[in-house]
Write a protein that binds this ligand. Structure first.
Ligand code: ATP
Ligand code: MG
Length: 573
């Protein structure tokens, strides 16, 4: 491709809403242009990169036996009602909905479990047709509350979504393992530094849910990992061995103490000269289910924090939020800062973290403004709470396998694999005839890769102040031959020759034959970030060129044949 024939338009300024390097660079390089909030047009260079990622994804999924198909992006509301997800997605605000001229209701697909389950139900009748794994690569629509960071969180974005159908759990385990393998190869081939981590599987639980995280400071996810054992998990899901707390000793009599204006754990530590680990803070949440909501009380050791994702799972509810002051007052009869398990209204469910199980003589609030209780013993002084793991694990704590400390990193979720089981097939009554002659719901898995997010993640991991440094396998061009001065015949002739040679070697090269001054050409090449450049300039008369590796901007003057050989070797051709 000759760059004189390609729309290359670089901008001098970062867009006002670009906060992270990858967003700034892609916008400045003319790779992406914002059409509206969360909606982007991919320019010709960006589309080349996206097609390369798509091809890698396709090759690796096909290698594992998955089959490509294409589903409609517009879904009838009725399918989503059948799966039971319509109300929740609508309430979350994530679903784009629309009506046709007859008034029938539709949504734009944020994900395709409903459509594929219905498809499988229609076409797959017998266990003999299983297993199958079906995927598509297509735009998804999500009305994200906060679209930002360019392609990282769009409202329309490209996703590969795959769905496996098996006769039983063992089949699902195998399908899942295949996808796990394929994902590793995909992200390796894309040149990304990534980590797979255990992910929250939501209220359906189950063992299998892993996210693939690209490690980057701008990542919206927080992950905890242990170098010694390889344990790694999203903080939403991570566990650890809790730090020690002082033993409460033999059960003592309940005492009520006046604690004027003492509300926080830190203040209590000072007031009672007790460690935070000997206290139980009680936090009130409003939990929401499909048809109801309720106030619940959560007890957590004073030195530890509540993990709201774990709380949602323990309650099997849709969402939780902290109660406002007014609700706290109404339920406990006291101001915020004095809630406790003793004397709470009977109908309030009390949950407690596992670290509180069996502990004696706790310091808690009294549900009376200005008072705390010493020596609270659940079971004696109040009802026995429901115990769950509700704690947020933290860096520095010991990995749950006991092998070493947890470290923290930020990550961008580029992929997700998930064992669904029969959640959708049961809800939608999608069955096949099993070997025993009985209609049986499909055992399903679902798998997603954010293709457009992956592309930008590669830039987030590979850039410097001057521009992008694409990993070669997904770069719009693997190499550029830059004719520094197109008015000089010897330069033109040599550049054309090198370009032809690279093309002949199967290298995806471009020729910068634009009639521009040298300065802007160099700047463009740095910004656009093709991995290798051969500059044909003044040395052309003597057969000398400059070979530049974009990563690190290493420059070398070489005889043209050596430069070509070096480039071929670098790309393995
Ligand atoms: P997130 O937690 O980042 O909102 P998610 O868990 O809702 O993502 P999934 O439903 O697992 O996303 O979708 C599969 C993949 O699609 C994700 O791993 C991610 O790479 C990509 N993805 C999800 N939402 C977006 C978005 N708004 N813009 C770009 N890519 C996205
Ligand atoms: Mg996900």
């Amino acid at each position: 491709m000759r760059l004189s024939q390609l729309l290359i338009a670089t901008l001098r300024e970062d867009p006002a809403d670009a906060e992270i390097p990858s967003h700034k660079l892609l916008a400045r390089g003319g790779y992406i242009v914002k059409t509206a909030s969360g909606l982007y047009t991919y320019g010709p260079l960006m589309w080349r990169t996206l097609k390369k990622i798509i091809e890698i994804v396709r090759e690796e999924l096909d290698r594992e036996g998955a089959q490509e198909l294409m589903m409609p992006m517009m879904h009838p509301k009725e399918l989503w009602v059948r799966s039971g997800r319509y109300d929740r997605y609508k309430a979350d605000g994530i679903l784009f909905t629309l009506q046709d001229q007859k008034g029938s209701e539709y949504c734009l697909g944020p994900t395709h479990e409903e459509v594929i389950t219905d498809f499988a139900d229609t076409l797959i009748n017998s266990y003999k047709q299983l297993p199958v794994n079906l995927y598509q690569i297509q735009d998804k629509f999500r009305d994200e509350i906060r679209p930002r960071y360019g392609l990282m969180r769009g409202r329309e974005f490209i996703m590969m979504d795959a769905y496996s159908f098996d006769v039983d759990q063992a089949g699902l385990d195998e399908a899942y393992a295949k996808m796990d393998r394929a994902y590793r190869r995909i992200f390796e081939r894309c040149g990304l530094e990534f980590r797979s981590v255990q992910a929250d599987a939501g209220a359906i639980g189950g063992s299998g849910s892993e996210e693939f995280m690209v490690i980057a400071d701008s990542g919206e996810d927080s992950i905890l990992y242990c170098e010694e054992s390889g344990y790694a998990a999203n903080v939403e899901k991570a566990t650890s061995i809790a730090p020690e707390a002082p033993d409460g000793g033999p059960v003592k009599d309940l005492e009520k103490h006046e604690t004027p204006d003492i509300r926080t754990v830190e203040q209590l530590v000072g007031f009672f000269s007790m460690s935070a680990g000997a206290m139980a803070k009680t936090v009130l949440y409003k939990a929401t289910w499909k048809d109801e909501d309720a106030v619940v009380a959560v007890m957590m050791r004073g030195d530890l924090d509540i993990n709201e994702v774990k709380l949602v799972n323990a309650l099997d509810c849709l969402a939780v939020e902290l109660c406002d002051e007014e609700t706290v007052k109404k339920v406990t009869g006291a101001e915020v800062g004095f809630a406790g398990p003793v004397g709470l209204p009977e109908e309030v469910r009390v949950l407690a973290d596992l670290t509180l199980k069996g502990r004696t003589n706790l310091l808690t609030g009294c549900n009376e403004t200005g008072y705390h209780c010493l020596n609270v013993n659940p079971g004696r002084d109040c009802k026995e709470p429901e115990f769950h793991d509700l704690r947020t694990a933290k860096a520095g704590e010991t990995s749950p396998d006991g092998k070493g400390p947890l470290k923290q990193a930020r990550g961008i979720e580029v992929g997700h694999i998930f064992k669904l089981g029969t959640k959708y097939s049961s809800a939608m009554q999608a069955t096949f005839m099993a070997e025993n002659g009985k209609p049986t719901p499909f055992v399903m898995g679902c798998y997603g890769i954010g293709v457009s997010r992956t592309a930008q993640s590669a830039v987030e991991q590979n850039n410097d102040a001057a521009g992008i440094q694409w990993p070669a396998p997904i770069a719009p061009f693997e190499a550029a031959v830059v004719c520094v001065d197109v008015k000089k015949e010897d330069q033109v002739a040599l550049a054309e020759q090198v370009y032809a040679e690279l093309k002949a070697a199967g290298i995806d090269a471009c020729l910068d034959d634009r009639p521009l001054r040298a300065g802007p050409k160099f700047k463009d090449m740095e910004l656009l970030g093709f991995p290798y450049c051969i500059y044909v300039g003044r040395g052309a008369a003597d057969g000398q060129v400059e070979f530049v590796v974009r990563k690190g901007q290493q420059k070398e003057d070489l005889p043209v044949a050596d430069a070509v050989a070096k480039l071929k070797a670098a790309l393995g051709r």
